[in-house]
Design a protein around this ligand. Structure first.
Ligand code: ARG
Length: 587
């Protein structure tokens, strides 16, 4: 294991045990990278602060005690007390060099193997027969990155695309499908431009109601409502037509997912409809357990701690007065299934922040019923993507901006950028690069900001080749490839040796990769990986400015620097891969 924090931990624990007794053997030594503005040391050990308090001794004295007992000569070059009781640690150059050489030989590049978990991730989850909009883009991108990262850490990941494939809208969608004809070009819109299909059905539904006397035979709205009832009773022809709409919808989704390089497939679709059979039983059980009660004809759950603005308890309605089930009932079913059937250790819902109350209430209800056993449900809250004016992205007609229009705009801009920078390449190659860069830019913009805060969708900024952007990192990786291409070695493996400060800084930063990926696996915050990769790319630039690689005079130094280049490229490419971003060979 290459990560310095992890390597140093047992040494500090042993020193604490030797100085203050065996109970400190397991204590977290709280090791962090040192603040480079204050010290030239590499790491800071903070354990003495808390320990001092607990044993009633001044932290500086405790810190000195730890240093006196620290037997880590093979790793540590210098350890000294700093400030109110920190320990500043400088690592040995030869240890860093050896660890980096090992990292290069390690297929996992130092990624840890945490204790295995089964993790359900609900993400993307658009609504059938409607176009995905900008909010779905972000839940899709963040969820996919988490799925890739958790899988790389060795966990079993169960992807779930909780497609909105049930509900009253299907009555009008089926009737509209029948009117336009199943084989018509209008029907095919579901595959290419689902919003137009949806809007046509909606318009008929809304206007029909007013234009014709309610209940008249030609009334589209009346037929649609009747269709909802036959569909819900499971009538064969209605079910077939519903299936037809879903098949076309899947065609649309798959096109979007392939274009964006998202790992979801048809096998991951676990739509709302798939929980139908569980819903009556869930309601009966909750009522029998005394958790749900009838209120105004609806079956409701009142939970402690959820009080509305009117000071009255907020009800969680699980069966409406017309007997229908809603979004809450299905989400009680999803957590029950993830926990009791799928035995998930963690169940992630990568969904917009405004749905937080909904999830908390569903989980509290499920927990009360004993349906969450050994599972931690987590809402990975997704913040809004706003326009340059700070407002929610809407089209002139007031709809949310569609995902496709954003992707198209990004690809067009990327084509311009690549056209300018690489006019020398042939068109086919340029198109592939533009695709990778355009999609990479969007994904990186979604991921580099903490997932619960908003950001503004600014194509100019996200496609810039400078700054914390996807294209900047892609460019850094491509540039290293070209450096390596100009060297005459195939697979430089070092050994890495360190003499220059810029080499040392680069090697040390590379060693952090595993720890950062491990942190993303725990905190579910891909922006930490983005920040790391950006910093790594900058550290590399400093190294490359200060240390000649191809022109290094000494053969061993040249080999070592080529090995550092290779390792940097590997970490960048692997890191981008965890974000779901491809690294073009040239840019
Ligand atoms: N379809 C919902 C929407 O578009 C998101 C569903 C999220 N998943 C869930 N289990 N509730 O807002």
């Amino acid at each position: 294991m290459a990560d310095p924090t992890i390597v140093l931990t047992p040494y500090v624990q042993a020193a604490m045990a030797a100085a203050f007794g065996p109970q400190w053997r397991e204590a977290d030594p709280v090791i962090r990278p040192a603040n480079k503005r204050q010290t030239s040391a590499d790491l800071q050990v903070n354990a003495a602060m808390a320990a001092g308090k607990r044993i009633g001794r001044p932290p500086r004295e405790v810190a000195q005690g730890v240093i006196d007992h620290l037997a880590a000569d093979d790793v540590v070059a210098k350890a000294e007390v700093a400030g109110p009781g920190f320990i500043n640690v400088t690592l040995r150059d030869d240890w860093i060099a050896r660890a980096a050489t090992e990292q290069l030989a390690d297929e996992r590049l130092g990624m840890p193997r945490p204790e295995h978990e089964r993790i359900v991730i609900d993400y993307s989850s658009p609504n059938a027969a409607k176009e995905m909009h900008v909010a779905h883009l972000r839940t899709t991108v963040v969820g996919d990155s988490l799925a890739r990262t958790l899988e790389a850490l060795g966990h079993t990941v169960i992807r779930q695309n909780h497609l909105g494939d049930w509900g009253t809208a299907f009555g009008m969608l089926i009737e509209h499908l029948l009117e336009v004809g199943e084989d018509s070009t209008d029907a095919r819109l579901l595959k290419t431009d689902p919003n137009t299909f949806y809007r046509a059905a909606r318009t008929k539904f809304d206007t029909a109601d007013k234009a014709e006397p309610a209940g008249s035979a030609g009334d589209f709205a009346v037929r649609s409502r009747a269709r909802v009832a036959t569909l819900q009773s499971g009538e064969q022809e209605s079910m077939r037509l519903w299936g037809e709409i879903l098949d076309l919808t899947k065609g649309y989704l798959n096109r979007v997912y392939r274009e964006l390089d998202i790992t979801l497939t048809d096998d991951d679709i676990v739509g709302e409809s798939s929980y139908n059979d569980m819903l009556p039983g869930i309601c009966d059980d909750l009522e029998a357990k005394g958790i749900a009660t009838m209120s105004d004809g609806a079956l409701c759950i009142f939970l402690d701690g959820y009080i509305g603005r009117d000071d009255k308890p907020v009800p969680l309605i699980i069966r409406k007065s017309d007997g229908g089930y809603g979004y809450a009932t299905t989400d009680i079913a999803t957590i029950k299934q993830s926990s009791l059937d799928l035995k998930a250790n963690r169940a992630l819902y990568v969904v917009g922040a405004p749905q937080n109350l909904h999830f908390r209430m569903c989980w509290d209800a499920a927990d009360k019923a004993g349906w969450i056993q050994g599972t931690e449900p987590i809402h990975v809250q997704i913040g809004n993507v706003v326009g340059a004016d700070g407002k929610i992205l809407k089209t002139r007609s007031g709809d949310l901006v569609s995902l496709q229009s954003l992707v198209d705009a990004a690809l067009q801009k990327a084509t311009e950028v690549v056209g300018q920078s690489r006019g020398d390449l042939d068109e086919q190659v340029r198109a592939t690069i533009a695709q990778q860069v355009g999609i990479g830019a969007i994904k990186y913009a979604d991921l580099s900001v903490s997932h619960d805060s908003g950001y503004s969708f600014d194509l100019e900024r996200m496609l810039a080749l400078q700054g914390n952007t996807g294209p900047y990192l892609q460019y850094a990786a491509a540039r290293i490839r070209s450096i390596l291409g100009r060297a005459d070695v195939v697979d430089p493996s070092g050994p890495i040796t360190l003499t220059e400060p810029a080499e040392r800084a680069l090697a040390l930063r590379l060693l952090d990769f595993g720890d950062v990926v491990g942190q993303v696996g725990e905190t579910l915050e891909p922006h930490r990986l983005c920040a790391y990769l950006f910093d790594l790319a900058q550290t590399f630039t400093t190294f490359y400015d200060q240390c000649p690689v191809l022109k290094a005079e000494d053969a061993e130094v040249r080999d070592s620097r080529l090995a550092l280049c290779t390792l940097t490229r590997k970490v960048l490419v692997r890191g981008l891969g965890l974000l779901g971003i491809q690294a073009p060979d040239q840019m």
